[in-house]
Ligand binder design. Structure first.
Ligand SMILES: Cc1cc2nc3c(=O)[nH]c(=O)nc-3n(C[C@H](O)[C@H](O)[C@H](O)COP(=O)(O)OP(=O)(O)OC[C@H]3O[C@@H](n4cnc5c(N)ncnc54)[C@H](O)[C@@H]3O)c2cc1C
Length: 542
């Protein structure tokens, strides 16, 4: 049965985070567009125990707040995140005696801890309020993609079932936002495995995990203002793994272990009981916290190998993939929502171009290349880097580097709305290519350094809020920049990254003069850094 009205301008397969926000972005861009979302789930999502993807970072938070216009909901119904935080607490019961990385106060740009059940229920209602048709309980069964570049009038056809009834709908555009079901990816054979083999297990506990109370040391607690570390995305780290603790506004806490199987096989943690046994050895304070709360367990799930790529995400044939239907990297720095925001923005631009009668070919190709280049450079932050997570000397340096790269380059393009501005991209191509090459060299060098690091774990806080340049880089995302100022901003980021790379190299070589610097030495030598510049890396605060 044809589902009227047909044809639609856009049919989105899957109404999760990616699909529903894309629908709203399209509607904001062009209120006359006709968007249909087909979502398999028939009932409201449960609070807390729904999906993973609860911690946002700056790009994702900005996308939901400013691009989609969900700021009031985020502020009223979810928790403001107290940044990220890392503790080198492997095998330890004295949290105040280990190195902590984090900020002692909020930085300027907000981010949120999102209860995915509450969020998705709101997104469905809000999408409908904005004039988008969302059919819940509709299971997409098949699709015929028209070769529309050859035939401008050709329509895609999507077949779906609604209860016992079969329906079909035709559309000019079809976007796959079905998550790991990956309908278009499977149909066109676009799956592209990567070499990042990490796995994850996670669960929700119906109680708060107040990490602040894990020690009676008041001086330690008051190192933070507010003294509320539980609001951070807390990472308990050790060699080859990290554990996440994410608070949810519904009162539950999300807990996960993400590990490199070469260090911690999935079989050692793939049930709640096994995960508890694993905590007993590796993160005993968390074991103590959870042991009396076993009856409050709300769910338990795992993914064996969660990271994967995709050969093509956007096509001039008027189809696209977004969210986990396309690719997924690694949750260590929570980039899932960032990539949703970025790919949705590219798709919105392509659909708007098409509706204005513009040609899609080259644009679709360039956006695809850009997204793949963000994916490739972000993957270097994680792939083969899990051994560093247990290193209290090298990981703090890596975190500063990774965030300088993220806030200094990618986040600047998003916050200043230059993602689809191909003119700025082209003008900045030399700097962007050099930043990417420098990042690859730094990541390789950090691995080498960690191989010889003494891994000292003193009881200090490496306070990122106490690094004026770092706090300012975060704040600078809120600036309003004209074209020239934007180009200069990226050039400044490029220079800053060079200075930071030079300092990283010098710090490592001061203790390990024989260390093989690989290509980093050449990269650093390519660029002149001013003499006598103030140090950038964090200084310990006892
Ligand atoms: C271990 C782990 C931790 C993560 N942590 C974070 C984090 O802290 N922060 C972050 O930003 N991201 C995180 N992510 C990523 C985040 O989970 C994803 O980015 C996000 O959930 C993807 O949303 P989506 O809309 O693409 O997919 P989904 O949320 O899975 O939505 C897909 C929708 O499609 C529907 N569907 C499927 N098949 C059909 C069909 N045939 N017909 C109709 N509908 C269908 C499903 O019902 C579902 O609602 C994490 C990922 C993993 C694996």
């Amino acid at each position: 049965m044809e589902h009227p009205p047909s044809p639609r301008d856009v049919v989105i397969l899957g109404g999760g985070l990616a699909g529903l926000t894309l629908a709203m972005q399209l509607k904001r861009r062009d209120p006359t567009i006709d968007v249909l979302v087909l979502e398999r789930r028939g009932l409201p999502a449960p609070e807390a125990a729904h999906k993973v993807g609860e911690s946002t970072v700056e790009i994702g938070a900005h996308y939901f707040d400013k691009v989609i216009g969900l700021g009031d909901h985020l502020r009223e119904k979810h928790l403001r995140k107290f940044g990220f935080r890392f503790f080198f607490s492997e095998g330890r019961r004295d949290l105040d005696q280990v190195t902590e990385i984090g900020a002692s106060r909020h930085l300027s740009v907000p981010s949120y801890q999102i209860d995915r059940g509450i969020f998705e229920n709101f997104l469905v209602a809000e999408a409908r309020r904005r004039g988008i048709e969302v059919i819940e309980g509709s299971l997409v069964r098949s699709l015929d993609l028209a070769g529309s570049e050859q035939d401008p009038a050709a329509m895609h056809r999507v077949a779906f079932s609604l209860g016992a009834e079969s329906h079909s709908v035709t559309a000019r555009w079809v976007v796959d936002a079905c998550g790991r079901a990956g309908l278009i990816k499977r149909k066109l054979g676009l799956a592209e495995p990567n070499d990042h083999a990490a796995h994850a297990v996670w669960f929700r506990i119906k109680d708060r995990i107040e990490i602040d109370r894990w020690t009676d040391n008041m001086a330690w607690r008051e190192r933070c203002d507010p003294p509320a570390r539980w609001l951070s995305t807390n990472h308990l780290v050790g060699a080859g793994y990290w554990v996440w603790l994410i608070p949810l506004s519904s009162g539950s806490h999300s807990v996960g272990i993400v590990a490199d199987p070469a260090h911690h096989p999935l079989a050692s943690m793939d049930t709640f009981e096994k995960a508890m046994d694993w905590f007993r050895v590796h993160q005993p304070l968390l074991f103590d916290e959870l042991d009396g709360k076993r009856h409050l367990l709300q769910d338990f799930a795992f993914f064996k190998r969660f990271s994967y790529g995709c050969r093509q995400l956007f096509s001039a044939d008027r189809w696209a993939l977004t969210g986990e239907a396309g690719l997924f990297l690694d949750p260590f720095y929570s980039p899932g929502s960032d990539f949703i925001g970025i790919s949705n923005t590219f798709i919105t631009e392509l659909i708007a171009t098409d509706r204005q009668g513009g040609r899609l070919g080259a644009r679709a190709q360039v956006f695809d290349q850009l997204l793949h280049s963000f994916y490739d450079s972000t993957l270097t932050l994680y792939q083969d880097q899990y051994a560093i997570f247990g290193d209290p000397e090298v990981l703090p340096v890596k975190v500063i580097w990774d965030y300088s790269y993220y806030w200094g380059v990618l986040a600047q393009f998003v916050f200043h709305d230059r993602l689809t501005d191909l003119g700025s991209m082209a003008a900045l191509q030399p700097q962007l290519a050099r930043c990417q090459a420098l990042n690859a060299a730094v990541q390789a060098f950090l691995r080498t350094w960690s191989g010889v690091s003494a891994r000292r774990n003193p009881p200090v806080m490496l306070d990122q809020a106490a690094l004026p340049w770092f706090a300012e880089l975060n704040r600078s995302l809120n600036d309003t920049l004209d074209s020239d100022a934007f180009v200069q901003r990226i050039r400044d980021s490029h220079d800053r990254l060079h200075a930071l790379a030079a300092e990283i190299l010098a710090r490592a070589l001061s203790e390990h003069p024989a260390l093989d610097a690989g290509s980093l030495a050449e990269r650093v030598a390519e660029h002149h850094c001013p003499e006598g510049a103030a140090p950038m890396l964090p200084v310990a605060v006892a």
